[in-house]
Design a protein around this ligand. Structure first.
Ligand code: URA
Length: 275
């Protein structure tokens, strides 16, 4: 029998297994049980600039204590913190201090937004990928380059739009954000939209659509169909489009995307937002 336990070959085989399973970041030299060590989310606080608590992980409840539903606590904390942010800087600071999500520990940095915060057009995507996590801006990888070309085709660029994501830390291995992550980020996304006050929004992919409209959206069915987003400052017309990463995998769908982009341009022109 070829027992490789404890050998260099066994270590390499184990590492290869993890790479094949999608692991692409090494965070520490020794393993950490992050489920045991992750601090509970900060309790709801009115001031957004609470200091980060990661350096001193909170103890988990002792045996016998009622279990803490930390997903629910994260959503509650986000719902208390986000609306209190009066500016985009405060929102960014509040997110930097937010300890409700484990993906913050595995991401390199917060990927907050890019483009013009004064723009009337806002674009919401899914979550940062590897390149966005490295650079700190949304949509700068391959799908971002395609997004830039899509915007250019209707006379827009990053000086005339504001771009963010539904989830602002990269999920490890570029997996999709899970529902509890999306839910915990939603109060921040809602406040983000309130602070920018766009007149028109484009949702890049089904994840952004589900986040804002609370439905298990199928982008193949919903793309190109206008919806109304009821914000605190008014109703914003919203158009879901195929995510550029999906278009890279399915180039034949670019024809539909082009139809959607033209519809978006027509609406933007009608609202006097573009020439
Ligand atoms: N995909 C997204 O949804 N957002 C990014 O920022 C990058 C890729």
């Amino acid at each position: 029998m070829n027992d490789m336990t404890g050998t260099f070959e066994a270590d390499v085989a184990a590492l290869q297994f993890l790479i094949d399973a999608g692991l692409d970041v090494a965070i520490d030299a020794t393993p950490n049980d992050r489920f045991a060590a992750r601090p509970e989310p900060a309790p709801p606080a009115p001031a957004p600039d609470t200091t980060r608590q990661a350096s001193a992980p909170a103890a988990r409840p002792s045996a016998g204590a009622p279990p803490i539903d930390s997903d629910r606590a994260a959503v509650a904390a986000a719902a208390a913190i986000a609306p209190a942010c009066g500016t985009l800087d405060e929102l960014r600071n509040a997110l930097e201090s937010f300890e409700g999500l484990a993906i913050k520990d595995t991401a390199t940095r917060l990927v907050f937004a890019d483009g013009n915060p004064e723009a009337d057009i806002m674009i919401v995507g899914e979550a940062p990928g590897r390149e966005e996590d490295r650079v700190g801006k949304p949509f700068v990888g391959e799908s971002g380059k395609l997004l830039d070309r899509m915007l250019a085709s209707i006379g827009l660029d990053r000086s005339t739009v504001y771009i963010t994501n539904s989830v602002l830390w990269r999920p490890p291995g570029n997996r999709k954000p899970n529902p509890s992550e999306t839910e915990a980020m939603l109060p921040f996304l809602i406040r983000h939209i309130e602070l920018v006050e766009p007149k028109l929004m484009m949702l890049a992919g089904g994840a952004a659509l589900s986040a804002l409209f609370g439905m298990d959206a199928r982008i193949t069915r919903e793309r190109g169909k206008w919806r109304d987003y009821d914000a605190s400052f008014g109703t914003v017309p919203v158009l879901p489009l195929y995510h550029p990463a999906y278009l890279l995998r399915q180039p034949s769908l670019k024809r539909d995307a082009w139809a959607d982009l033209r519809a978006f341009r027509t609406r933007a022109q009608a609202l006097g937002l573009t020439g």
